[in-house]
Design a binder for this molecule. Structure first.
Ligand code: GLN
Length: 513
């Protein structure tokens, strides 16, 4: 049987639309129908922009009818993490503070449809539109991208389609599930310390965190500016490569965006990998990793060896400081980035009192007290503390020095090898609610993704197996992480694609009811 239109890969789907074998409008309607049908049980979308999506699709069909060439994402529906600004459409970053209070007052449940409406598109959003993509809606996420389970969203959690009692990972959980459950063939997320790779790994899709600076952050609501990077999710490596190629490149609106030429990521898929040197850091298989996850990742690495890669051990000795250093740097930057949400310009406004008198301090306190969730408050407190006079040297400055050491570990390793292969997460998806009261165990979910973030390096998560969870239930996805030197995204795509062709879970999709 022909696969349903939305189950086609991104390059196939775009080709069908470009050739006029299917209209962009049909594809857009199919995506909207799937969201309607499947998302009630999953919670991946916060808002759906149905009318705008159909209008954009019709405009694309009209252009085709006039004989104009369509872009590389012609008619392809792409979900957007709700931290990406979309002109005129609600943008919440998963936070109550970016929504106007519903009728009944600020203490009522927040409504994402009352979210902040930016007057402009993020650069990546503009590039997607320019390439012909259709944007059906905004995806759920941990509040301000802080989290590893999507349980920190002000609008409720996202469920993992492989087992709905489990988390999909975070913070881009909605973007991952949009793809894993076949609602959109691709999506964008952002990754500060693992927020693309970890949910991709836990939901069995491909996710790429590009080199810091490869993709413009203009219009991404900031969490930790020296780490944040936007990247794609897709069901396969080629799809992710095509998306990455569209969104990459210099943007004068983001001073940290790099001027380096964009690689041929999709064309790299299919190139031989024989002779590639793959480093395996033993520090990534240390205590805390689930036995089954370790076994599956090691099998995947053996698979690469079978393709002619040379596999050898490498050492990244500062790995064990990554969690501590990250949670200092990221919280410090967050405390400063989030200072702008004070009730004056954006979203929620709660007049408060101080000493029985309504004043500006009262407004700040009222708005931030009501608008931010617990995890965000925890991080603002931590971040403000590590930046404060007298503690700055002991914490923030020290963490920056550790960051340099982590980066040097990778520099050393990449003298010997071309890529590093590792697990994405120490465990398969855990149960909803299991870690919400234990921030430290939640932070530890990121041990294997944080180091590449701290070093600014590109990394991909590609499905490599399914494995049973230690606490029972259906088999769950396991991801293989590949890390490359800066700007070597093409090498990542090349190796991940080669692995995907021999992967035991190639083409395996989450069960959808
Ligand atoms: N889970 C990590 C955190 O909570 C990383 C989040 C991210 O990459 N945005 O900070």
């Amino acid at each position: 049987m022909e696969p349903a239109i939305l189950d086609r890969s991104i390059p196939e789907l775009a080709a069908l639309v470009q050739r006029g074998e299917v209209s962009a409008e049909e594809v857009a309607r199919a995506a909207l129908a799937r969201i309607e049908q499947r998302d009630g049980a999953l919670g991946a979308f916060l808002t759906v922009q149905g009318e705008q999506a159909i209008e954009a699709a019709r405009a694309l069909d009209a252009r085709r009818a006039r004989g104009e060439a369509l872009g590389p994402l012609a008619g392809v529906p792409i979900g957007l993490k709700d931290a990406l600004c979309t002109e005129g459409a609600p943008t919440t970053a998963g936070s109550k503070i970016l929504t106007r209070a519903p009728a009944g007052g600020a203490s009522k449940a927040p409504d994402p449809a009352r979210g902040y409406r930016p007057p402009y598109d993020a650069t990546v959003v503009a590039r997607l539109r320019g390439a012909g993509a259709i944007l059906p809606g905004k995806c759920n996420m941990d509040e301000f991208a802080m989290g590893s389970s999507n349980e920190n969203s002000a609008f409720g959690p996202v469920k993992n389609p492989w087992d709905r009692t489990r988390i999909p990972g975070g913070s881009s959980g909605g973007s991952a599930v949009a793809v894993a459950a076949g609602m959109t063939p691709g999506s964008l997320g952002s990754d500060t310390g693992g927020s693309i790779r970890q949910p991709a790994g836990l939901t069995g899709v491909v996710g790429v965190k590009p080199t810091y600076g490869r993709v413009s952050r203009y219009g991404l609501i900031a969490f930790a500016s020296s780490l944040d990077q936007i990247g794609p999710f897709a069901q396969d490596v080629k799809g992710a490569a095509r998306l990455l190629e569209v969104i990459s490149g210099r943007d004068p609106r983001d001073a940290t965006s790099l001027d380096a030429p964009v690689g041929a990521y999709e064309a790299a898929c299919g190139r031989d990998v024989a002779g590639l040197r793959i480093g395996v850091p033993e520090e990534y298989f240390a205590k805390g990793i689930d036995e089954q996850v370790e076994a599956k990742v090691r099998e995947a690495i053996e698979g690469l060896r079978g393709l002619g890669c040379e596999v050898r051990p490498v050492h990244l000795p500062h790995t064990r400081y990554a969690v501590a250093a990250y949670y200092i740097v990221a919280t410090a930057e967050a405390s400063s980035n989030l200072a702008r949400f004070d009730g004056v310009r954006f979203g929620l406004r709660v007049e408060g009192e101080r000493g029985g008198k309504a004043d500006l301090q009262g407004l700040y306190g009222g708005t931030r007290g009501e608008g931010f969730g617990r995890e965000v408050k925890r991080r603002i407190l931590l971040g403000t503390y590590v930046l404060s006079a007298g503690y700055y040297d002991a914490y923030y400055l020290r963490a920056q020095k550790v960051r340099t050491l982590i980066r040097r570990d990778f520099d050393e390793a990449f003298r010997e090898v071309d890529l590093i292969a590792a697990p994405v997460s120490p465990t398969v998806a855990f149960r909803l609610g299991e870690r919400v009261d234990d921030p430290l165990s939640m932070y530890l979910a990121d041990v294997y993704t944080l180091p590449a973030s701290m070093a600014g390096l590109p990394a991909i998560s590609v499905p490599c197996a399914t494995a049973p969870a230690p606490d029972g239930g259906p088999p769950l996805p396991v991801g293989l992480q590949l890390i490359a030197p800066a700007l070597e995204e093409a090498r990542l795509c090349r190796a991940a694609y080669a692995w995907e062709q021999i992967s035991p879970v190639r083409g395996l999709r989450a069960p959808v009811a």
